[in-house]
Design a protein around this ligand. Structure first.
Ligand SMILES: [Zn+2]
Length: 317
């Protein structure tokens, strides 16, 4: 087994000791040599140094015989190690409970740590995640510029907001629509668009909006997506309508999971008087009375809902 460096080897030895329930002490630890022994003076010992060509840090000798008992307290399972261990868990749930951390450490590794250690570990993990998130958001302008360079006709709209002194820029929203996907959608899919949104459960919050079509195999076909602050579907819908050539919505079917924001945005952008009159005209030829009720209902807001219900019931007969 080889390692990239002495520090990587030391980290691996610490992990091994924690997983096997014993403490180790580093008897020699230089840039070129690392020698580790069991903390209880039993025969367990390992020695590693650089290989002949210094390409890798290599284990030169190992005495794997252990005479000591398993120790539930481990000096290497400090808050830094615990933070790194729970990093992915805390990324998914920033409020992951300390009692769950304590239980998992005991069940998985047989080690007992104090509550304050776990609190410190969780705080450190949050800082690491938030710091890395901030750095990634700061890199977005470069990312968008690179995307634009290789996708000339696609839409990448990044919006930021500035503080009063224009010294700091803060991410507001990002819309991505690849031209090749729109072309594939228009040429190979039915005129049906599914809209959906979900909340981002990271520290920075926001919403992920997506628009998908259906391809010939009845599978989802991505069209566009966006990360927005709070509720901002109209912005997403207006860009989507422009990029996909929906224009006034005639001949298109928009499917959403009844989220009012999306519905309202689509209605504002796509519904036309001509389209409404056309539907009413078709209804008149089928059922004259319900159509009249609907028209009357639209004139009177107080009677509108009851008329609409009656009309729908009559149309179903
Ligand atoms: Zn030992």
């Amino acid at each position: 087994m080889t390692f990239e460096s002495g520090s990587q080897f030391k980290s691996a030895v610490k992990n091994y000791a924690i997983c096997n329930g014993f403490n180790v002490r580093f008897e020699r630890s230089t840039e070129n040599i690392v020698e580790v022994a069991c903390h209880k003076h039993c025969p367990w010992r390992i020695y590693a140094s650089w290989g002949p060509t210094r390409e890798a840090f290599v284990i030169k000798s190992l005495n794997d015989e252990r005479m000591c008992y398993t120790d539930p307290t481990n000096i290497h399972a400090d808050y830094r190690w615990i933070a790194e261990h729970f990093l992915e868990t805390i990324r998914r749930d920033m409020n992951y409970k300390v009692v769950d951390m304590l239980r998992e450490l005991q069940e998985k590794y047989g080690i007992i740590v104090s509550r304050p250690t776990c609190y410190n570990a969780r705080s450190l993990a949050r800082k690491m995640l938030q710091g890395s998130l901030n750095e990634q958001y700061h890199m977005l302008p470069c990312y968008v510029a690179e995307l634009q360079k290789v996708n000339m006709n696609s839409t990448f709209q990044l919006e930021v907001e500035h503080d009063i002194h224009y010294s700091l820029a803060r991410f507001k929203r990002l819309y991505i629509c690849l031209e090749s996907l729109v072309r594939g959608f228009l040429e190979g899919c039915r005129p049906v668009i599914g809209l959906d949104s979900c909340f981002l459960k990271t520290e920075l919050k926001g919403q992920l909006l997506s628009a998908v079509g259906r391809n010939g195999n009845n599978q989802m076909f991505p069209i566009a997506w966006a990360v927005v602050e709070g509720e901002n579907q109209p912005w997403f819908i207006s860009l989507l309508i422009r990029d996909s050539g929906i224009v006034d919505g005639c001949g298109w079917t928009i499917v959403s999971d009844q989220q009012k924001g999306l519905e309202n945005a689509v209605a504002v952008k796509c519904t036309t008087c001509e389209g409404f009159q056309s539907v009413i005209g078709q209804m008149k030829t089928l059922k004259a009375e319900p159509a009249q009720d609907l028209l009357e209902g639209s004139k009177s807001s107080s009677r509108g809902s009851s008329n609409l219900l009656k009309s729908m019931t009559k149309l179903q007969v």
